[in-house]
Design a protein around this ligand. Structure first.
Ligand code: RB5
Length: 154
């Protein structure tokens, strides 16, 4: 499985740590920045959008975005049509975001979840399948809202 990762300066160290962790587990990682933890590094919106776009276009299977809280990157990623970015700083929401929401992008907060927990969140999120069934219609309805407001493919 191929995974794109992106972060701002606050998430940079976690991004590097997760690339090592995922590579060690056999995943192929694509690093879309930031390239440093210095302020101002690439701000979270561009790297987050790049990860969401790569995921929606099918260039990678899943995306992971990281900032201090995970909030900024999740908001930015969800502006990309087709992105279903879930902010998960605990194991329960990591699992549910896959089973019920079929999240294709995971957002994490480096200032919220400790390193060990962050690794387990990522592992859980990657290893949990979508439940399908009644949850398919809900995702379809979310996509309908997106269609209503979509103006261009950017
Ligand atoms: C950076 O200080 C911080 O605002 C950012 O990483 C993120 O938490 C924003 O949502």
């Amino acid at each position: 499985m191929k995974i794109a990762l992106g972060a701002d300066h606050a998430g940079y160290r976690y991004k590097q740590m997760l690339i090592d962790f995922l590579t060690g587990m056999g995943y192929e990682c694509v690093d879309l920045g930031a390239a440093t933890d210095q302020v101002p590094a690439d701000d979270y919106h561009w790297t987050s959008a790049a990860v969401a776009e790569a995921t929606v276009r099918g260039e990678v299977d899943r995306g992971i975005v990281i900032c201090g809280t995970g909030i900024g990157v999740s908001i930015a990623a969800n502006k990309v049509p087709g992105a279903r970015c879930a902010l998960c700083n605990d194991l329960f929401t990591a699992r549910m975001s896959r089973e019920h929401n079929e999240a294709n992008v995971l957002a994490l907060g480096s200032r919220v979840a400790g390193e060990g927990l962050a690794k387990e969140i990522v592992r859980t999120w990657l290893e949990t399948d979508f439940s399908g069934g009644r949850f398919i219609a809900r995702n379809t309805n979310v996509a309908r809202i997106e269609e209503k407001y979509k103006r261009s493919e950017g």
